[in-house]
Design a protein around this ligand. Structure first.
Ligand SMILES: Cc1cc2nc3c(=O)[nH]c(=O)nc-3n(C[C@H](O)[C@H](O)[C@H](O)COP(=O)(O)OP(=O)(O)OC[C@H]3O[C@@H](n4cnc5c(N)ncnc54)[C@H](O)[C@@H]3O)c2cc1C
Length: 263
């Protein structure tokens, strides 16, 4: 490591001031501290959000769950209301990384980081959720801009994510054995705004799949998903899997997710 200062503000307003002045926001540290150790990131000041009470917690607001940015994965996975009302989201949170990662990692950190293989962005996008920041509200469709890139401006803080509760939903992933990150993950929802299918781990960032959404809007069945051809040309090929393998996984995982959502 190298020298840096650490601030621990107690309010969002104070954190926003520090972030606007160039401080780097620290949430669970599961990504940021590792990148600092590797010298991929070298902030002069860290702004730890861990002391801001208003940023953590889960509440039901009409037909939506509002989850504070500093809510840990373990707390989402264990929340009784989410388990009852939106079990797919609880399941996703409960299958991130290992217990240590889930005890520290936060929903705000995961969504702000927008790792192309992260689990939460697929839930946010498939739910048509809203990202609430200290400045504005951003629809999920406008938020994820590709590899580790989002619509957040410099110094802008996520304060919460608002998830409309779908009628049906499920998440399926083929996990990388060492980390639990998805090689590919698919989150499917059926709700008031129709069917939404979000894919993670397969491309430059999370994306919706129109072919699957159209087929499932006509018939919400695994068979309808099975009939959709997935174009591999824009998908990643790396040492873990070829683009063709990932394309096949998108199809298979969508079928499994639909079956799971139907119960
Ligand atoms: C071994 C291991 C296994 C993992 N497995 C999985 C997995 O299976 N699935 C999965 O999805 N993830 C996985 N993760 C990622 C992990 O769950 C965290 O979600 C992720 O590291 C980021 O969350 P964090 O709270 O630790 O953020 P940090 O590392 O503290 O921050 C990440 C980035 O987001 C910014 N940031 C943080 N909070 C905010 C905010 N409120 N507003 C604006 N910017 C903010 C920070 O400045 C930084 O740039 C794994 C991580 C590890 C180390």
């Amino acid at each position: 490591m190298y020298a840096f200062t650490l601030e621990r503000p107690a309010t969002v307003a104070d954190a926003a001031k520090l972030a606007a002045a160039g401080g780097k926001v620290l949430a669970g540290g599961q990504t940021l501290l590792a990148s600092m150790k590797l010298r991929l990131s070298a902030p002069e000041q860290l702004v730890d959000l861990g002391g801001i009470k208003e940023l953590a917690g889960i509440k039901k607001d009409g037909n939506a769950f509002v989850i504070g940015a500093m809510t840990r994965h373990l707390d989402v996975g264990a929340n009784a209301e989410i388990k009852a009302g939106f079990p797919a989201l609880a399941w996703l949170a409960d299958h991130i990384g290992d217990r240590q990662v889930r005890a520290m990692g936060t929903i705000g950190g995961s969504v702000a980081n927008n790792d192309p293989a992260a689990c939460y962005p697929s839930a946010v996008l498939a739910s048509g959720a809203t990202i609430v920041t200290d400045k504005r509200e951003i629809a999920a469709d406008d938020f994820f801009l590709g590899l580790f890139t989002t619509a957040l401006e410099e110094g802008e803080l996520i304060t919460a994510i608002r998830f409309p509760i779908p009628k049906r939903a499920a998440y399926e992933k083929l996990r990388q054995k060492a980390s639990n990150f998805p090689l590919v993950g698919v989150f499917v929802t059926q709700g008031d705004s129709g069917v939404r299918v979000a894919v993670t781990g397969a491309g430059n960032g999370v994306f919706r799949h129109k072919g699957l959404e159209d087929a499932l809007a006509k018939s919400f069945t695994p068979e309808a998903a099975a009939g959709v051809k997935i174009d591999a040309s824009d998908l990643n090929s790396d040492l873990h899997a070829s683009a063709a393998y990932r394309a096949n996984l998108i199809n298979v995982l969508t079928q499994r997710a639909v079956k799971k959502a139907l119960g």
